[in-house]
Design a protein around this ligand. Structure first.
Ligand code: NAP
Length: 444
């Protein structure tokens, strides 16, 4: 099979940030390599389209870089192909010299408390996917309304959800939120949203920019309990962490002194509250928490005191779980694959959240992509495998339709044409509709 004139063929599973950064690094390190980004959806960009908050259009501008990578003659986009459903991972590995798994960690971590499967309980991946128009989640139609929504978790995802639920219709119209979700939230979102952390404000994982944005909403005021917010972080932090945490505390101090009646909606930031049980007979009616206190080493300790919050909706923004393809082993945490510095076995690699767990910003994936590309170039000689042509042959032989980057550009054009003047696009969330547009000649 070895051929001296052959060029390296690499399949990247998942056309999100980790996949694109890997493709970019490969184009630079191996200028003759043929690289295919394969996605189970007809749309590229993964979490940029379906995870980043719809009102954070600045963050989504990274899409322009990814588009320039997709347009490189070395790179192909093959959408609407699911590895493990349409073609086995083993078959893909036969077709390409190397395969990189970069399809993320799509499943919600479960709260693991009584009542966590009641109607009205959602994981953040589902809830965010729903308002971002993910085809699998468009039908979610979450229960919203009085007396309020509780978001469990103190990361940036919890902040995103609280903010989106608290925005006015006019604010939401400036986003690219799925039209059905905009309507549902504008009509039914409750006036009270609670963001609950099991530890204190110094241990909270959200970043200052995201926290501060809660103080800028047209219709909602952010509030905190004065007794929960210390004047300054402890001395046990690095100087950098102390600076970052001090800024969060400054912001929370302002929320602790805000007037709860200054705006019609409220976002309540509560700390030291560990979820114990979701209450309700056949749907969510409330949630019970144990009051925690800060232990000497920052580890929260239970006090045995509990309190209940009435709510119609609970959204768990507490992290994600990986799904293992075809017998690959998960790390004990369950939120990434078990790997050896990015390598799973000969010719099979992993990048992004599936490699390091769900953490970091979009740009964090760049280093992952570079590291994996370097390893591939060092370890894998080109062998003249069938690559893209072989994959397309197999897929078409199974009667399946793929979407290439031109097809995606037609979908994008249709979304832009349908957008209101305030929004950049009106998202399509039906795969059948996307396929019809991708294969039509109307949007070229
Ligand atoms: P995260 O930052 O890891 O936060 C998860 C939160 O869930 C933590 O507060 C954690 O508390 C809490 N938690 C975990 N298990 C829990 C349980 N059983 N009960 C109660 N609380 C529990 O995760 P994320 O918010 O999903 O964000 C994932 C990554 O995406 C992060 O790196 C984030 O910064 C990034 N992101 C960035 C942006 C942005 O830059 N705008 C937006 C969204 C996401 P403990 O700390 O006590 O474990």
């Amino acid at each position: 099979m070895n051929s001296p004139a052959a060029s390296l063929s690499v399949a990247i599973v998942g056309a999100g940030p980790a996949g694109f950064y890997t493709a970019q690094a490969l184009t630079e390190l191996a200028p003759r390599a043929q690289i295919d980004l394969i996605d189970r959806l007809p749309t590229p960009f993964g979490l940029i389209r379906y995870g980043v908050a719809p009102d954070h259009q600045e963050t989504k501008k990274i899409q322009e870089l990814f588009e320039s990578i997709a347009l490189s003659p070395q790179v192909g986009f093959i959408g609407n192909v699911e590895i493990g459903r349409d073609i086995a991972l083993a078959e893909l590995r036969e077709l390409y010299d190397a395969v990189v798994l970069a399809h993320g960690v799509p499943q919600d971590a479960s709260l693991g408390i009584p009542g966590d499967t009641l109607p009205g309980v959602y994981g953040a991946a589902s809830f965010v996917g729903w308002y971002n128009g993910h085809p699998d989640l468009a039908g979610l139609q979450p229960r919203l309304g009085a007396p309020g929504a509780v978001v469990v978790g103190n990361g940036n995802v919890a902040i995103d959800i609280a903010r989106v639920l608290s925005k006015s219709r006019a604010e939401l119209e400036r986003s690219d939120m799925a039209p059905y979700a905009l309507e549902h939230i504008a009509r039914s979102a409750p006036g009270e949203v609670y963001v609950m952390g099991r530890r204190g404000p110094v241990q909270a994982k959200f970043t200052t920019v995201e926290l501060a944005e809660l103080g800028t909403l047209e219709q909602a005021v952010a509030l905190a309990e004065p007794a929960d917010i210390p004047d300054r972080p402890g001395e046990d932090l690095s100087p950098r962490d102390r600076r970052v945490k001090a800024k969060n505390l400054e912001c929370l101090q302002a929320y602790a002194h805000a007037d709860p009646h200054s705006k019609p909606k409220r976002i309540h930031l509560h700390f030291y509250a560990k979820p114990l049980e979701i209450l309700g007979a056949d749907r969510v009616e409330g949630i019970r928490f144990e009051r925690m206190e800060s232990g000497a080493d920052g580890v929260p300790a239970g006090t045995g005191r509990t309190f209940d919050l009435a709510c119609s909706t609970v959204i768990a923004a507490i992290g994600y779980r990986a799904c293992a393809l075809e017998g690959l082993a998960l790390a004990p945490e369950g939120n990434r694959l078990h790997h050896d510095d990015g390598r799973l076995c000969r010719g099979l690699y992993v990048a992004g959240w599936l490699r390091r767990g769900p953490s970091g910003k979009i740009g964090t994936n760049r280093a992952d992509g570079e590291a994996v590309a370097q390893r591939i170039c060092l370890e894998i000689p080109p062998s003249g495998r069938a690559g893209r042509a072989g994959l397309l042959d197999k897929i078409q032989g199974r009667g399946l339709r793929t979407v290439d980057f031109e097809g995606w550009k037609r979908i994008e054009a249709a979304e832009c044409v349908a957008a209101t003047p305030e929004a950049v696009r009106r998202k399509i969330s039906s795969v059948d509709e996307m396929l019809a547009i991708a294969h039509s000649c109307l949007f070229t």
